[in-house]
Structure formats: structure tokens, C-alpha cells
Design a protein around this ligand. Structure first.
Ligand code: GUN
Length: 362
């Protein structure tokens, strides 16, 4: 309702009004359906103007934190979104158990890389929390490629195993591609097998992807789920991905295409990175360089998803200069607590999906 809109923007100051009209990624879901996960905890501490504003079919959260003229970004709390999905999954797993179906995930860790140990431990723990059975194979760093391939072959044949995850990176003497190829595509819950990648690339729409037994790579799928559950409209949005890796940049591009977004991928050969990133309604940073996306590289009202996890002497940080960029963004993920929790959650989603496919339920 236009009259309503002008009234509200006047009260909230000029800057907010301009940004709200420029934005092209506002959710068009009915207000009831728009899930505002990022704000739940903060609401009580916010000033009275920090309420979601409902303009007819649009729900827009301006995130007004510090007075009537200033606008701060909605912090997209991946941890809370992930928690919600896990609750949904837990119920689904309980129902499967009533039918005698227990999803099973095998993790394989070769060597003693401390970061990998932490990741695997977290995956095993998460499985337990929602009722997925997990089996963890910890192999010494000098395990031969043949031994690893033999184990995978055995697991491929085991009906109790719905998902096989070989934690990367593998020791240098093992050919990672050979190992990923050895995993049965029907148990490839990482979504790294060329068959699953190829199937994803061959589909046009998300609906077609979901209808087939394709396993989507966990981080890219988590990024899309986070955007959708935050109410970000992707159809027609200018999306810019910084980073062209096989495990994030490229599959995220495919998934955004399947949502009818316009997609640009930037990389080390991009001539004027800032010129491209400033076009983004939705910016995905996945390069692994601490705080490389600075405030001058984004436009007002952008939605920023930071996939980077960089260990620096000051602690963990993303690829985005969070403190500066959040002053211009409409919504932004923190690091940690943004994309990270979604990755494991999508692994659980894939494992449950695999169990359902194996039982003939999909
Ligand atoms: N190492 C870091 N992230 C991942 C992941 O998502 N899957 C596997 N298999 N290894 C990883």
C-alpha cells in the first residue's frame, strides 16, 4: 500500500526510505510465511522502531538499531536456521525409525590434521543429536591409497551405510579425485562425485534438482537454504560470487541459476572486482582471504553471505570486512555462526535423503 509506505519511511528517516525502494531482493512471501531467524534473540534489546515493517505482501526488516536515521544490517544467524532445520530432521528421522529405517553415515578421517579432527567430531556429534547412526573410521596418515579404496568399496556394498564422507584434505600421497570417484554416487552425501555435479549442472530449475536423487554439495546448498529461509528473493536478483572453487563458487552459481537469479562469478582474472561486486543485490564471498570484501566494494542494501573461514592471529574471520560492510548491507552473515553451521546440517539432510532413496520412499 503506497500511502502506508510513505508514512512509515518519513518517520524512519530519508536514508531508510531510499534503501527500501532501491532494494530488489525483498521477500515477497506473505508476512506470515517469512521466517526472520536472524532477529529472534536480539528483539528484546532493540529500540521500538526495530520491528519488522509489514507492507501488504512484503515483509521488510529494516533492522533499525541505533535511532531513527541509521540503518544496520540484519545479522543472518546461520546457527539458528541450522537448529530449526535439525529439529525438522529429527522429527523426520524419528518417523523413519518407526518404519525400521535408520539413516547411517560413515566418516573417514585419514591422518591427524587438527582442523579435520574437529570437523569430523562435530559431524559425528550432530548425527547423534538427530538420530542418525554414525561410524567413524580413523586411519593413520600412512594409509595407502589402495587400503582407502578397499574400505570405500566395502562401505559402498554395506546396506546399513547411506552416506560416505571422506574428510578432505587427504594426505598428499593419496589421489583425492580417485577417492571421490570411488564413492558410490548414491552414497555421496558430500555431493562431490562428478555424477552428482554433472546432474546438478544439467538441470535447469531447482524443482527438477529436488525431484531427482541428486546430492547437492553441503556448503552451497546451505548458502541457498540460508538465503531462502531469511526471505531473500533470488528470482531476478543480481548475484555475484567471488571465488570459483569446485566445492563452493561453481556449485553455488548453478544453484542460483536454478533459482532464476542472474549470476556473475569473479576470480583472480576479474579486471575490476569492486565494479562487479557493487552491482550485487546478493554477494557471496568464497575466496579464503581475510576481510578482502571491503565496504567500498558493496552497494547499500546488499545481502552478503560470507563463506570464508580464515584463521588469523586475531581469531576467526570471514572474507568480508564484517564491521564495515554491515553498515551498508541489508543483511549479512557473521563468521563464525553464519554459513558454517549450515554445512553440517546439509550433510545430515543428504544422509536422511539417501536413506529415504534406499528405502524406496523417494
Ligand atoms: N573438508 C572441509 N570441508 C569438507 C567437507 O565439506 N567435506 C569433506 N569431505 N571434507 C571437507
Amino acid at each position: 500500500m503506497p500511502e502506508d509506505r510513505s508514512q512509515k519511511t518519513e518517520v524512519r528517516g530519508q536514508k531508510t526510505a531510499v534503501i527500501s525502494h532501491q532494494s530488489s531482493v525483498i521477500s515477497q512471501q506473505p508476512a506470515e510465511e517469512t521466517k526472520d531467524y536472524g532477529l529472534k534473540k536480539d528483539r528484546g534489546q532493540m529500540s521500538e522502531v526495530r520491528e519488522a515493517v509489514d507492507y501488504g505482501p512484503w515483509t521488510v526488516d529494516y533492522g533499525l538499531r541505533r535511532g531513527v536515521c541509521e540503518m544496520a544490517a540484519q545479522i543472518i544467524k546461520g546457527k539458528e536456521v541450522a537448529q530449526q532445520i535439525r529439529l525438522e530432521l529429527k522429527e523426520e528421522v524419528a518417523k523413519l525409525k518407526e518404519k525400521g529405517i535408520v539413516p547411517g553415515l560413515v566418516t573417514i578421517l585419514v591422518g591427524e590434521d587438527p582442523a579435520s579432527q574437529v570437523y569430523v567430531k562435530s559431524k559425528v556429534k550432530s548425527c547423534g543429536e538427530i538420530g542418525i547412526e554414525s561410524f567413524n573410521h580413523v586411519l593413520p596418515a600412512d594409509t595407502s591409497e589402495e587400503e582407502l579404496l578397499n574400505l570405500i568399496e566395502k562401505l559402498n556394498k554395506d546396506p546399513k551405510v547411506n552416506g560416505i564422507l571422506t574428510q578432505l584434505p587427504l594426505p598428499k600421497h593419496i589421489d583425492t579425485n580417485k577417492v571421490l570417484l570411488a564413492i558410490d554416487p548414491a552414497k555421496d552425501v558430500d555431493g562431490f562425485h562428478p555424477i552428482n555435479i554433472g546432474k546438478l549442472n544439467a538441470k535447469k530449475k531447482r524443482k527438477e534438482i529436488d525431484q531427482e536423487g541428486i546430492f547437492l554439495p553441503c556448503t552451497p546448498n546451505g548458502v541457498i537454504e540460508l538465503l531462502k529461509r531469511t526471505g531473500v528473493k533470488l528470482r531476478g536478483a543480481e548475484t555475484v560470487i567471488v571465488g570459483r572453487s569446485n566445492i563452493v563458487g561453481k556449485p553455488v552459481a548453478m544453484l542460483l541459476l536454478a533459482e532464476d537469479a542472474t549470476v556473475t562469478i569473479c576470480h583472480t582474472g576479474t579486471k575490476d572486482l569492486g565494479e562487479v561486486t557493487r552491482r550485487a543485490d546478493v554477494l557471496i564471498a568464497a575466496v579464503g582471504r581475510p576481510k578482502m570484501i571491503t565496504a567500498d566494494m558493496v552497494k547499500e542494501g546488499v545481502v552478503v553471505i560470507d563463506v570464508g573461514v580464515n584463521r588469523t592471529p586475531e581469531g576467526l574471520c570471514g572474507d568480508v570486512d564484517f564491521e564495515a560492510v554491515k553498515e551498508k548491507a541489508k543483511a549479512i552473515t557473521p563468521v563464525p555462526g553464519g554459513v558454517g553451521p549450515m554445512t553440517i546440517t546439509m550433510l545430515l539432510v543428504n544422509t536422511v535423503k539417501s536413506a529415504k532413496v534406499a528405502a524406496g520412499l523417494i
